[in-house]
Structures are given as C-alpha cells and as structure tokens.
Design a protein around this ligand. Sequence first.
Ligand code: ZN
Length: 328
Amino acid sequence: MTPTDNAPIVPPPTEIPETISGASAGRETGGEVAVPNVAPVVLCKNCNAILVGRYCANCGQRADVHILSTRELVHEVLEGLTHSDSRLWRTLLSLWLRPGRLTEEFLAGRRAISLPPFRLYLIISVVFFLIVSVSQTSDVQVIQFSLSDKPAVKTPLSGVNCDSMTISNGTHPDWDRRFQRTCAEIQRDNARTLKQNFFAALPKTMFVFLPLIAFLNMLLYWRPRRRYAEQLVFFLHLQAFFFSAGILIVLLGDLAQHWPQVAGVSRILRPLLGWSLPVYTVLALRRVFRDGWPATLLKTFALSVAYFILGVLTESVAIVYAALELHV
Ligand SMILES: [Zn+2]
C-alpha cells in the first residue's frame, strides 16, 4: 500500500497534475477539446470552469463524477474499511481515544482530515439502530446515561383487559375505541409490530433530540457565546461516541448469551462502557468549551439530567408514534 492508494481527499492547492500543463493553450468552450500534444481541457460538469486537479477550483465539485458501478462501490467500501490509515478509521480512532478532539479540529478549520460530523454520525447511528433492532438483549437505555426502567415495548400488555381501558374517560369515544384496538393489537402479536415500529421511529426522533440538547447546552455555555452550529457539531460527535459504545454493549451482551465463556468479560466490560459515557462527556466538554474542572463537572451533571429527561421524552414520543403506526 502506497500513500497514493489513499490520496488525500483534498489536494494541496499547489499540486497541479502534469497532464494539465499547457492545457490553457487549447482552451475552448464545451466538453473536451483535443489539441495535438496537449492534454485535453476538462471542464467542470457543474459550473463549466476549467478543471485543474481532482476538484473544481471554482465550485469545489469533484472532477470525477462518474456513477460508481457496483464493483467500484464494493471496492470503495472495502477500501475504506480495510485501510488502517483511511479517513474513516482515523476519524473513528480520534472519536474513541480523544474526547472532543474531532469537534475541536472541525471548529479550528482542520476538516479534510476526518469525516464530516454528520456523515460520521449517520454511519454510526445506522449501524447502532440496525444492531439494536436485531439484538436479543437490546438495551435501549444506552442512549441515555441513566438506568431507567425498560421501555414499555418490553412489557406487552399481557393480562390487561383492553376493553375496559380508556384515555378520555368517555368524553372522546373515538379515541377510547382506537386506544382499545391498539391495546388488543399489541396483545395479539406480543408487541412485535410495535417494537419494529418503535425501532423504525427512534432514528427519526434523534433529529429532534439532538437539536434540542444542543440548544440546552448553549444555555449552559452562554458566555463566551458559541454559535448554535458549533453546539450541534459537538453533539453529533458526542452522540456518535455514545452509539459506538452502545454497539459494543449490545454486541457483548449478545455474545455472552451465545458463548458463556465470554460472559465474565462481558460482565466487566459492559458497565465500564456504560461509565465511559459520562467520563467521556466531561473530557469532551472540557476540551471543546475550556471551562475549569469544577464548572465542567457541574455542567456535565446538568447536561446528564437534561439528556435523561429528553431521552425519556424522545422514547415516549417514539412509542406513541409506533402505536399510531399500527393501523388498527
Ligand atoms: Zn465547478
């Protein structure tokens, strides 16, 4: 593997491929113009500027915009996963080993060296929700700091007489009937569909949860004033760490169920991973917002409470949404 296998995504501005040298001699409008002994001029497909290098200097679009074949796509994914110095792994290592570092670098303008915050968050959250939804021991609590009660989907309404249930005390018979039908449906398939709907709704509710928690943190760190977007970047990174810890917690739990040999390791590692969340948050807040230790610890506590309350609210909304989606 040579450095060029894994060329930096954004080339230094001085790097001009030799194939383009002398290209301006053959400058004409429209598509490629072949000039004897001179490399063809290539125009940006987005803005028609002359391309020099792998990105358009005018609009920033990649020079190479051909649609990937399935083979190229698989190759690209495998390359990203297997090259230890790829941007994905560098970003993940930075995320896991240096709390707050990714946010700090992003805010300082050093952006090309790691994955953009939102893409990183999306990749990890997709894996997280996939694993949680197929896991035997899925522990939705890892989203929060706190050891709340199991979510309601874990306890189907077994033994409850749905017909006697009411949410409006008879003032809205339609609501009551719908509620009773929902209850009966949940009993009928042992909450399986409800659980599926719940896990489908959770990733969407995160797009409300993260902006809200970022806003609350903005209140905590009122001075010196930070932009709201900076808060969002911080929480995309923080939540990406939480989800990756959650992935390990769920996987360890499943492994321990199938192989009793790893149960001991799992029993030690899972609580450690759980405790890594508040510790990580303290370190990340301290690195990015640069308060002293006492203030950082106090704000972490306040943030944990907000995280917990918002987390419970988010899960509740997801459960209600899941129940409404039952089509009863
Ligand atoms: Zn362009």
